[in-house]
Design a protein around this ligand. Sequence first.
Ligand code: CTP
Ligand code: CA
Length: 226
Amino acid sequence: EEFFANKTDFSGKKVMITMGPTQEALDPVRYISNHSSGKMGLALANAFLSRGAEVFVISGPISLKVNKHSFNWKDVKSAKEMYESAAEIHSKMDICVFAAAVADYAPAEIAPEKIKKSETSLAIEFVKNVDIAAKLGAQKKQNQVHIGFALETENEAKNALKKLSKKNFDMIVLNSMKEAGAGFQLDTNKVHIFHASGLAIESEILSKNQIANLIVNQIKNIPVWV
Ligand code: CTP
Ligand code: CA
């Protein structure tokens, strides 16, 4: 497999990437979130950039060192903000990559003041967040490509394939929690890629930059691309 293709094979293409975690506020000083580092999303953003694309990144809070000026970079916190930023630019994009670890639920209310400690237990009501990939997937045009990610701990392939069709992806990248050398905070990863066409690919354990270029290469196997 040739990981690093020529510098310009995606020139003229507009690519949107959602990445990182989202933060869902509980009160002015607290939030719920997850362990997404944003490393895979950033590796993809860099891969598309180095191959000539114009890259629009919508990122949840991350602590990676990034040269934001190389991108059209938008920082967001909540799933709602991430959705609004994505919806604003979606129709102009050629390729959309949904690499963010979006919180599935957010607190039903954001307390206006810091929540005071009182009872021995505290119950918080959560409401489901907008599914960014599914909602924009329903608006996907003939010539647009959507790529999703899945992280599963059981029935991995089956669950990934369900998400592929439910969210109208052209391709889904499955991260396996069970594989050594794969995971949220690591610099290496191993993935399975499932195409809507039925094509399936399994990678070796590779650096996230190599995985990113492998994913970008796979776009050329998507029927609408040719
Ligand atoms: N996704 C999204 N918006 C959400 C939830 C997920 O855009 N509110 C996207 C992710 O960026 C990823 C894909 O959908 O590309 C699958 O995310 P995942 O969390 O695995 O799927 P869910 O549909 O949330 O299902 P579950 O967490 O219950 O497995
Ligand atoms: Ca989820």
